[in-house]
Design a protein around this ligand. Structure first.
Ligand code: GTP
Ligand code: SPV
Ligand code: MN
Length: 598
């Protein structure tokens, strides 16, 4: 299997702590995958879906307490609290380790301890990193197999002397001799821990089996730990989708976009343009690792190998490419289950068949207020199931980025699209992304606007003020003309009645096309107090069903609201104290002066 001494002794150490029934090294083969699935079907924790309707697809239900990331149980354990900064929960590393070792001790009794070697990024890519996850959750194993390059090949890349990011995970439910397992073993919310140790680049996770809490390659490694690696090594680990856009003349550009959780990354990454002759292809839908190449351009890879996407409202109308990506070879968690063993959810495009069960396994009643599919229910499917996957999605060099977009759910104030005047102005725009909260996190009051800088508030492994500075510094690493242009977008502006002013989804391609042309320096933008906005007529609205007064509202810059916005940003900035870069204060002051001018 491996002769990597460090790895072997590390696995042995954890075996002694967890005291599992046995240890299993994952090779990533189809046979192994099938064995684990069969085992889960056998013990009732998975259901095989109808082979005719959803070939090779499986269904899972979690515990009520384990349906999304738990931000209040997520900790950045750096030696000093200041290193974690004001936007993270902090605990001293040694103290946290002592606490966790108590609950880790014997936590895998009666279970198998799986050892999962995986690569974030294409195998052997010079931008890729190897991780090893230890887990007692077979659900995690089959998900890691889709979401990462997992198994023997990753171990081969590691070799005898390679370094890996150690990822420790237990659901925290040891089984006594003869005790029957529950369907979804986990701990109550207040007993869960999702811990990152930035100094030693370790991850320890306890008590949850779901999503970013448990698939440790994703948010814990590819964002929280990688953001620290990026700061140390001079690159960027971001909560961004990556797409390519080809214009009717056949010219292609790559765009990255940061939107907070459940704010439209998967949808935009796979969007089908409504405007003639334009094409979008997908590189990634959640995470981008970006560094400057020898040519001075910013090159991005998607470190993941699959999609872990929000299910509700996914349909042939809203996101056909996502819908087509989940027809087969897909794992579904917390959606509805039909009597003929297919899946169903709100917004799938047809009514629930009689006898459909909701995500808790109870009979679904369409007249009741209770949802059928949990709001953060997810599909897990390989990247190569996507009908519009970009030919370069697996390229170790990645793709050159021409534009970076920042957005969130903003019912007021923020126009449909505007452009930063400079890199530093763009960094300011990213640093103050705001969004109405969504179901992707447990424990937040829904529908309130919170600041989520760079969509990284839950995912930055160090002081967010220093992270802003890192972005400013990245802008000095190359010539100005090589820097991507930066834009703010907002698909979620609402009218007085609370209805979206913009149809969104496929129609967002009209904004992408405008951005594409701006990247070619087309003279279609004009100055405004907050940045560059499209000149009248610059956005293609042919065949679009939006009233012209609504278009005006979408681009309105309301000075009263902007004054409130700036005051709110000043409050937000104040939490970073001396970690807030001077450059951002200057950028904010300039906008403030412009807004106050007349
Ligand atoms: P994470 O996986 O949590 O990081 O989320 P995400 O950013 O990938 O969000 P996703 O694309 O899954 O979208 C989340 C929700 O936003 C879904 O319910 C979508 O239907 C909805 N949504 C996406 N794009 C749009 C849009 O352009 N307009 C509107 N109104 N809703 C959208
Ligand atoms: C997010 O919350 O941004 C996600 C889902 O992409 S999870 O993997 O659970 O973090
Ligand atoms: Mn995400």
């Amino acid at each position: 299997m491996t002769n990597n001494k460090e790895l072997l002794s590390w696995v042995k150490k954890w075996e002694d702590i967890f005291k599992p029934k046995n240890v299993y090294w994952c090779n990533g083969s189809e046979e192994e995958n099938q064995d684990i699935l069969n085992y889960m079907v056998g013990n009732g924790s998975a259901i095989k879906l109808n082979e005719e309707k959803r070939p090779n697809s499986y269904y899972f239900q979690t515990d009520d307490s384990d349906v999304a990331r738990v931000e209040n149980r997520t900790f950045i354990c750096s030696p000093l609290e200041e290193e974690a900064g004001p936007t993270n929960n902090w605990e001293e590393p040694q103290r946290m380790k002592e606490k966790m070792l108590k609950v880790f001790s014997g936590a895998m009794q009666g279970r198998t301890m799986y050892v999962i070697p995986f690569s974030m990024g294409p195998l052997k890519g010079d931008k890729s990193y190897i991780g090893i996850q230890i887990t007692d959750s077979p659900y995690v194993v089959i998900h890691m197999r889709i979401m990462t390059r997992m198994g023997k090949e990753a171990l081969d890349v590691l070799g005898d002397n390679g370094q890996f990011v150690p990822c420790i995970h237990s659901v925290g439910r040891p089984l006594k001799e003869g005790e029957k397992d529950v369907k979804w073993p986990c701990r109550p919310i207040e007993e869960k821990y999702i811990c990152q140790f930035p100094q030693t680049k370790e991850i320890w996770s306890y008590g949850s089996g779901y999503g970013g809490n448990a698939l440790l390659g994703k948010k814990c490694f590819a964002l929280r730990i990688a953001s620290v690696l990026g700061k140390e090594e001079g690159w960027l680990a971001e909560h961004m989708l990556i797409l390519s856009l080809t214009n009717p003349q056949g010219e292609k550009k790559y765009i990255a976009a940061a939107f907070p959780s459940a704010c439209g990354k998967t949808n935009l990454a796979m969007v089908i343009p409504t405007i003639q002759g334009w094409k979008v292809e997908t590189v990634g839908d959640d995470i981008a690792w970006m560094r400057f190449g020898k040519d001075g351009k910013l090159w991005a890879i998607n470190p993941e190998n699959g999609f872990f996407g929000v299910v509700p409202q996914t349909s042939m109308d809203t996101n056909p490419n996502a819908f087509l990506s989940i027809q087969k070879n897909t794992l579904f968690t917390n959606v509805g289950l039909t009597p003929d063993k297919d899946v169903w959810w709100e917004g799938i495009g047809y009514n629930a068949p009689k006898g459909t069960l909701n995500w808790k396994g109870e009979l679904y009643d369409e007249n009741s207020d209770e949802v059928c599919a949990q709001k953060n229910s997810r599909f897990t499917t390989p990247l190569n199931e996507c009908p519009v996957i970009d030919p370069l999605y697996n390229s170790p060099q990645g793709v050159p980025i021409s534009a970076i977009l920042f957005g969130g759910r903003r019912p007021t104030t923020i126009p449909l699209v505007y452009e930063a005047k400079s890199w530093n102005h763009g960094v300011m725009i990213g640093s103050v992304i705001g969004s109405e909260t969504t179901a992707a996190v447990i424990g937040l009051k829904q529908g309130e606007v919170r600041r989520d800088p760079f969509a990284m508030k839950p995912f930055c492994g160090y002081n967010m003020g220093d992270y802003f500075k890192h972005w400013i510094d990245m802008g000095k690493k190359t010539q100005k003309e090589n820097l991507p242009k930066i834009f703010s977008v907002n698909w979620f502006k609402k009218d007085e009645n609370g209805n979206f002013l913009w149809p969104g989804y496929g129609e967002n391609s009209r904004i992408l096309a405008y951005i594409f042309d701006r990247c070619n320096n087309k003279d279609i933008a004009q100055d405004s107090p907050i940045g560059k906005i499209p000149k009248k007529g610059a956005i293609n609205i042919e065949g679009l069903d939006v009233k012209s007064e609504d278009m005006d509202k979408l681009f309105e810059i309301n000075r009263t609201l902007w004054k409130e916005e700036i005051a709110n940003i000043e409050d937000f900035y104040s939490i970073f104290k001396e970690h807030l870069p001077e450059e951002l204060k200057i950028e904010l002051q300039e906008i403030k002066d412009n807004i106050n001018k007349n």
